[in-house]
Every structure is written in structure tokens, then in C-alpha cells.
Ligand binder design. Structure first.
Ligand code: ZN
Length: 167
């Protein structure tokens, strides 16, 4: 099965948050729009799946995620606006955002790939038969050992835009 959609985590994957409570403080690791364009030119859908408990906590309420993600040129995006205590089905490692993105794109889960810096990103994909790639930005270096002990086949990349080398 060939990968058809690449779904990125946001915080710690596409960029670094200067203040982890505030989604608007993201500093991109590189030109996200340009990286997405190159991936799309190779024939893949590009998406973003982001846990944003900042919304539940109020520090991200009103932030224009739609505007940001459309500026990047993403084909699809989902945010989970909940916090742990809400017990929702979308907060990663739960797979709700991935399931709805795959359904909206009309792509089987085996043809979806999540790229993220946390074990929860990898589990979100693996729990439903999707592929996953760990990046070493954000929490990636800290979580690498645990990810590889549970999912030894996981590819590891220094930064999200290096995914182009795997495609
Ligand atoms: Zn949620």
C-alpha cells in the first residue's frame, strides 16, 4: 500500500511554541507552506492533526487555526479542543481526528501517515493501522526510546520537512 496522505502534528513538529500555553507563539522550523507544497507536488494530500487543550483552558480560545492552516496550504486539518478530563475521542493518542480526516479524504487508514514528535502521535496512527514517523524536534528526542521500544519499525527524522526523503 502506498501512502497517500501525510498528516502532521503541529506543536513540536511544524514549529516550536515559545509559550506552550499559547498556540499563537509558534515559530515554524522552516517555511511550512513551501514544505507542504513540495509534498503536494509529489501527489500526496497534506493535513494537520493537533491537540489543542489550549482551547479548553482558554489560552487558545478564539485563535484562528483555520486561517493558519489554510495559509500553510494544508488540504485538511482537525484540532481537538478538549483537555484530558473531557474524555473525548479526538485527543491523541485517540484516533478520532485521524479517522475523520481519512474519511473526509476518502483514503484508507493504511494509506495515511502521521508525522509527530510524541508517542501519542505514533499510537494514534498505529492503533488504527496507519503509518507513523517520529521527528526529533519538540519532545522527539525525549520520547524516541519509548517509541522505538514499542514500535521498533518507526522511521525517525530530524525534522518534518525531511519526510520528502522518505516519499
Ligand atoms: Zn478532543
Amino acid at each position: 500500500m502506498k501512502t497517500k496522505a501525510i498528516l502532521f502534528d503541529r506543536d513540536g513538529t511544524l514549529g516550536e511554541l515559545a509559550d506552550k500555553r499559547y498556540p499563537q507563539t509558534l515559530s515554524p522550523y522552516c517555511d511550512i507552506r513551501e514544505a507542504f507544497l513540495k509534498i503536494k507536488e509529489k501527489g500526496y494530500f497534506v493535513g494537520i492533526l493537533s491537540n489543542q487543550s489550549s482551547v479548553a483552558r482558554g489560552t487558545g480560545a478564539g485563535y484562528d487555526f483555520d486561517g493558519e492552516f489554510s495559509r500553510y496550504g494544508a488540504d485538511i486539518w482537525k484540532i481537538c479542543p478538549h483537555d484530558n478530563a473531557d474524555g473525548c475521542d479526538c485527543r491523541k493518542p485517540k484516533s478520532g481526528m485521524l479517522l475523520s480526516a481519512a474519511a473526509a479524504l476518502g483514503i484508507p487508514l493504511e494509506e495515511c501517515m502521521i508525522v509527530g514528535d510524541r508517542l501519542s502521535d505514533i499510537q494514534c496512527a498505529k492503533n488504527v493501522g496507519a503509518r507513523a514517523v517520529l521527528v526529533l524536534t519538540g519532545y522527539g528526542k525525549e520520547e524516541r526510546e519509548q517509541v522505538l521500544s514499542l514500535y521498533p519499525e518507526t522511521p525517525v527524522l530530524p525534522r518534518f520537512d525531511e519526510i520528502l526523503k522518505l516519499l
